[in-house]
Design a protein around this ligand. Structure first.
Ligand code: ADP
Length: 614
């Protein structure tokens, strides 16, 4: 295919060529006409001169004065600047202004002479061997001039021919000069015309080039420039109209694109901020789109996930089957799947529905997933809780019932056994009441923190810790454990003193319970001097038996015991102490942390809001 030429190179050469052809044709025609005109003028002039001289020549001929004729010819020739030749009808030269007629050839068959002999004016332009240059000849017939024929009645007889001629060398030269001038004029004209054509074609092409550039920008989605201001100055009406239309088109396109972009961004924002995980899949099981929640669940990058086969993203056979089912049957599927993650399980409620485009054609499936892990975990916790409560309550109740039945069966009569059994019954009833007290205080704290009606007040922390330690002093002494306090007296905490004291007591009781004789328990308070949030850390540290790492995450759950045998042996803990601590921490808008190394000891930290006062 031919490479497209620039507009200027299409307009310019064609126009210049046309003008060149016109100029050459006009020049050639003009020069030819001029030459013809010039020749004609010359011929008329020569004929007039011949006619003028002919009167005198006729005289000489009539009188037969050939010598006089020759003189006259020379004179007339000189005066008129014309060569004058008189030729007899038979072709013999009688006189000539420039040559000796004796040496001249017979002129009968010279073109002009031959013509004149027939009675008309003869004309010829040719090279004269006599004078050795190009001459223009005009010959007129001279009639009835012979003396011997003077009496002949009016019958026209051509007796001689009078020929005048001039050199056409000067005419040729003039013609040459004229031609040169015409040529020069035409050349100048051509150059000027070329320049004008160039200017015009540039004027036509430049706005088009500018429009092409701007159209290129439009095609790249850059609508910042407009065509009209660029082309207005020199462009034609058509170009200006076109530029205006293109500008309007660009404006509309820009508006449409902006509207689509805004719409897309809004949709994208909605899509990506949805709590539900959403994946759109095409009929070839490739991911069309995936939102942030889904990308997070399946641990993939949103951008890289697009276009990939869904099986590479969703590594769950159940969900893959659901997608496959909906793709083939076009029927929605509602189900629940469990994703196995590194340390935990994720419960997802899945909705797989066919995806259709605007025209109602099926283009794939849409998977919407709700993370119901928390719900399921809560259900599990509740189930466990009920089971645990029943279990915890059943043990003392079974014991009480057993011993009461034994007493009723007769053991009541044996005083020693009766006292022993009643002591056991008392122990279990105390335990029952402790469990119920703990459960009640737990639900009370929970309820109050849910309603948010617990009022916290700023109080100095040290007295609260001292009171808690005082409560545990007897237990510590009995266990042979020393308890020390490291707390500056100027720390103020936003607290409910009763609850905070209970939490510290719970932690201290555990620390003492799970320590050996001679171990140390410390209550240390740290303020976050550098902590902008103004947190106070109450750390209860012991050098006791410690807790295995696998128990730590669940330690604060109700009824959770890391070591049931030891817990019971250590005085029958309810498994609710740490759950109460956590709830109290939450009621203080704080939290709890635990660190522990088996055999070395544990460190429980209660985090509350407060600061060091000066
Ligand atoms: P319990 O009434 O059984 O002590 P808690 O909720 O207070 O219940 O504690 C839960 C479990 O955490 C305990 O059964 C015990 O196994 C473990 N535990 C708590 N504190 C300590 C500690 N300081 N050292 C070792 N184990 C501890």
């Amino acid at each position: 295919m031919l490479k497209p030429k620039k507009l200027v190179w299409q307009i310019f050469p064609a126009n210049v060529l046309t003008i060149l052809i016109v100029i050459v044709a006009a020049g050639w025609y003009g020069a030819a006409s001029l030459q013809e005109f010039y020749l004609h003028e010359k011929e008329t002039d020569l004929e007039a001169r011949a006619n003028l001289i002919s009167l005198q020549v006729k005289e000489y001929l009539r009188e037969g004065r050939i010598a006089g004729l020759r003189d006259y010819s020379i004179r007339a020739g000189r005066i008129s600047g014309t060569r004058v030749t008189v030729i007899a009808a038979d072709g013999k030269v009688l006189a000539d202004s420039n040559e000796d007629p004796e040496v001249m050839d017979n002129h009968r068959f010279r073109q002009e002479v031959a013509q004149a002999v027939t009675g008309s004016t003869g004309k010829s332009k040719r090279y004269s061997r006599t004078v050795e240059e190009n001459l223009l000849y005009v010959a007129i017939p001279l009639t009835n001039v012979a003396p011997r024929l003077a009496d002949v009645p009016p019958q026209t007889i051509i007796d001689a021919v009078l020929r005048t001629s001039v050199s056409v060398a000067s005419m040729d030269k003039t013609m040459e000069r004229t031609r040169m001038r015409i040529l020069f004029g035409f050349m100048v004209g051509l150059v000027l015309a070329g320049a004008v054509i160039m200017l015009i074609s540039r004027n036509i092409s430049r706005p088009l080039e500018q429009m092409t550039r701007t159209a290129g920008q439009f095609s790249r989605g850059d609508f910042s420039e407009r065509m009209l201001p660029l082309v207005k100055k020199s462009a034609s009406l058509e170009v200006v109209t076109l530029a205006g239309s293109m500008d309007r088109m660009a404006e509309m396109l820009d508006e449409k694109i902006q509207a689509i972009l805004t719409q897309r961004n809004q949709l994208e924002a909605v899509f990506s901020s949805m709590v539900e995980a959403v994946i759109a899949i095409d009929v070839e099981e490739r991911v069309i789109s995936i939102n942030a929640a889904a990308a997070h669940i399946f641990a993939v990058e949103r951008q890289t996930a697009k276009g990939r086969i869904v099986q590479q993203i969703v590594r769950n056979v159940q969900l893959q089957q659901q997608i496959g089912h909906t793709l083939t049957t076009k029927e929605p599927v509602v189900d629940e799947i469990i994703l196995q993650e590194e340390k935990s399980e994720r419960f997802l409620q899945t909705n797989v529905v066919p995806l259709s485009n605007g025209a109602g054609e099926n283009v794939g499936v849409l998977v919407v997933m709700n993370d119901v892990t928390k719900l399921r975990q809560l259900e599990n916790v509740r189930r466990d809780f009920v089971a645990n409560v029943s279990h915890e309550l059943r043990t003392p109740i079974t014991s009480i019932r057993g011993y009461v039945e034994t007493l009723l069966d007769g053991a009541i009569d044996i005083r020693e056994d009766a006292v022993k059994f009643l002591e056991i019954v008392l122990h279990h009833s105390i335990r029952l009441s402790t469990i119920i007290d703990d459960l009640l205080s737990l639900s009370k704290i929970e309820e109050e923190s849910k309603q948010g009606n617990r009022v916290l007040q700023k109080e100095v922390l040290l007295p609260v810790i001292e009171a808690a330690v005082q409560i545990c002093r007897l237990k510590a002494d009995q266990a042979g454990v020393t308890v020390s306090i490291e707390c500056p007296g100027n720390i103020v905490v936003e607290m409910n003193p009763t609850l905070l004291e209970q939490a510290i007591v719970n932690l201290l009781v555990n620390a003492i319970t799970y320590s050996r004789k001679g171990d140390r328990v410390t209550v240390q308070v740290e303020t976050g001097e550098k902590d902008p949030e103004g947190k106070v850390r109450i750390i209860v540290r012991d050098t006791g038996c410690g807790i295995a790492a696998e128990h730590l995450p669940r330690l604060f759950e109700r009824f959770y015991r890391s070591d049931k045998a030891r817990s019971r042996a250590q005085g029958g803990g309810t498994g609710l102490g740490l759950a109460i601590v956590r709830h109290i921490a939450q009621a203080h808008e704080g939290g709890v942390e635990v660190k522990s190394v088996v055999g070395k000891g544990s460190e429980f930290t209660l985090i509350v809001n407060g600061c060091r006062t000066s």
